[in-house]
Design a protein around this ligand. Structure first.
Ligand code: FAD
Length: 521
């Protein structure tokens, strides 16, 4: 029987699928929405919190934002068929949709492509099994489209952010003065690499936070009960869960932190979770904010003289540049991308990633705060937890699953290219030209962690060897053949060959022992 033919009287015309990261009322799924005959479908299901072990705050954020969105739609007179976690007989989105299609029997199903490859198939198959082909509508949240990225990628062996970013600057007119980049330069990276001096960042204005209201509090209790075995907790939950709150968070960032965002974007400091970062990724990824409006708000601060160009360009580059670019890579390269393991890394993820219980100060501090909050800023993700896993040679899939589960802002389209491509070089250089590797000396320069650590960042061997320094040389040793002719890596490999054979053998022994200890930990 064709879809719709069996619809009973009162059956919806369109069943409009809204997923937990699609909470924008200007979505194309609402184009032509008829409040008299159309029905929104939303579902909370356990599998989304368990297919990788999801931080309790991550699950809570999605469910709290979904329930607030449901209420906002109902206030507008829109009917919502909403499955709460406790009611759900089906544990996956596909099974829940299939069940509801059988009872609701709409004439058609409308949606916007999910943020995860797995779900495109799961939801499409569930609808297909009931005789429906989903009407996938254009995704208007993003600034670029699949077609634009495909045209950019066509014929290129390696993809680089800079060209795509400039293309988007020109097309949107963001930070442009006519045909020229605002301020005269496309890129202010050189002005954006400051660290803090020995006194540290000083007193930082606390970010605007959002204490849970009654609806969110219900969700926090639910999550703490149902997912008590999952990592993290909801104890510190203070994320924006509505568009109104997200706009307040945006205004707070623009006023308090944007002016110094650029200068300190690569800096780290023990115990300091946010520094000058925006804390907007979760609101962006849930679509409570649009990337264009966030970039425009930053540009307005520059034009009004409230933030310098290097800060605003640095910030716009993250959203207009990196965020759009990684999404382009994800849809361009999936599904093969997820299996990438170009450096043949097979070590298990050390168990301290789930506890923060390690003597290495930078890892203990970063992982501890990440488990507390479900958040760490970019450089901590890339150059502490990511770098250690890369140097140790952890299986990229295990690294990916940790990042996907543990961060409140994690959705696969953005998490996977950052982890597999940028952080682990598992895509062989498709996304970033070289692996981001560094020794403990880099961490010493960029943060105060080494001051509190029993290990010495200058030492690769011996009882006080820094694991990053040992593993840095060991990484070069293991991958010398691959990188000795690489234009941006050859110098690092040459530095290795200046060590004596005895030194190199001792580094290998120290690294093997460390790897064994991490595997057993
Ligand atoms: P800010 O530093 O204030 O940056 C502003 C915004 O720019 C962010 O909110 C984000 O939307 C965007 N942005 C910045 N860097 C990137 C980037 N590399 N890729 C895409 N967007 C970017 N981001 C996620 O949203 N979800 C993830 O699951 C995620 N996983 C990551 C894993 C690793 C290993 C790495 C290295 C990066 C990851 N990122 C991820 C990117 C980035 O670290 C976070 O977006 C950022 O730390 C979020 O904090 P913020 O909002 O304070 O960002």
């Amino acid at each position: 029987m064709p879809p719709g033919a069996g619809s009973h009287p009162g059956a919806p015309r369109h069943l409009v699928v809204v997923l937990g990261d699609q909470l924008n009322e200007d979505s194309a799924v609402f184009d032509g929405f008829d409040v008299g005959t159309d029905l929104v479908w939303m579902a909370e299901v356990r599998a989304e919190s368990t297919h990788v072990p999801s931080h309790q705050a991550r699950t809570a954020l999605f469910l709290a934002a979904m329930r607030h969105f449901r209420e906002a739609l109902r206030d507008r007179g829109i009917a919502v068929h909403y499955r709460e976690l406790d009611d759900a007989s089906a544990s996956t989105l596909g099974a829940a949709l299939a069940e509801d299609l059988a009872t609701l029997r709409p004439q058609a199903v409308v949606g916007v492509r999910p943020g995860e490859y797995r779900l495109v198939a799961e939801i499409g198959d569930a609808a297909g099994a009931r005789g429906y082909a989903i009407d996938w509508r254009e995704d208007r949240h993003f600034i670029s489209s699949d077609a634009e990225f495909a045209a950019f990628a066509h014929g290129r062996r390696e993809l680089r952010l800079e060209y795509f970013y400039r293309q988007l600057r020109r097309r949107t007119g963001l930070l442009m003065d006519g045909d020229a980049p605002a301020g005269g330069e496309w890129n202010y990276d050189a002005a954006n690499r400051a660290g803090f001096d020995a006194a540290g960042p000083g007193l930082l204005a606390p970010p605007r936070t959002f204490p849970p209201d009654a609806l969110t509090s219900q969700v926090l209790q639910l999550v703490a009960r149902v997912f008590s075995g999952n990592p993290g907790s909801v104890a510190h939950f203070d994320w924006p869960v509505t568009r109104a709150e997200a706009l307040l968070a945006l205004a707070d960032f623009i006023r308090q932190r944007l002016p110094l965002f650029g200068r300190y974007q690569d800096a780290m400091w023990g115990g300091e979770t946010l520094l000058y970062h925006s804390r907007l990724s979760a609101a962006l990824n849930l679509r409570l904010l649009s990337p264009l409006e966030v970039c425009q708000a930053a540009e307005a601060a520059y034009r009004a003289g409230r933030a310098p160009i290097e800060a605003v360009e640095g910030f716009v580059r993250q959203i207009l540049g990196w965020r759009e670019y990684v999404r382009g890579i994800y849809w361009h390269a999936m599904p093969a991308y997820a299996a990438g393991n170009a450096l043949a890394a097979h070590a298990p993820l050390p168990s301290f990633y789930w506890t923060g219980d390690t003597e290495f100060a930078c890892l203990a501090d970063t992982i501890g705060r990440t488990l507390d909050r479900g958040y760490a800023h970019h450089i901590e993700r890339l150059m502490v937890t990511g770098l250690f896993a890369l140097l140790l040679g952890v299986e990229p899939r295990a690294v990916h699953e940790w990042y996907l589960g543990i961060y409140v802002d994690a959705v696969e389209w953005v998490e996977l290219p950052n982890v597999l491509g940028m952080s682990q070089h598992a895509d062989g250089g498709l996304m970033a030209s070289k692996p981001y590797i560094a020794s403990g000396r880099y961490l010493d320069r960029a943060s105060d962690h080494c001051r509190r650590c029993p290990r010495d960042p200058a030492r690769a061997t011996g009882a006080t060897a820094c694991p990053f320094t040992t593993l840095y040389w060991d990484f070069l040793e293991r991958h010398a053949g691959r990188f000795e002719r690489h234009p941006r890596m050859a110098q690092q490999v040459r530095n290795l060959t200046r060590k004596t054979d005895a030194e190199r053998a001792e580094i290998r022994r120290t690294a093997d022992a460390l790897r064994e200890r991490c595997a057993l930990s």
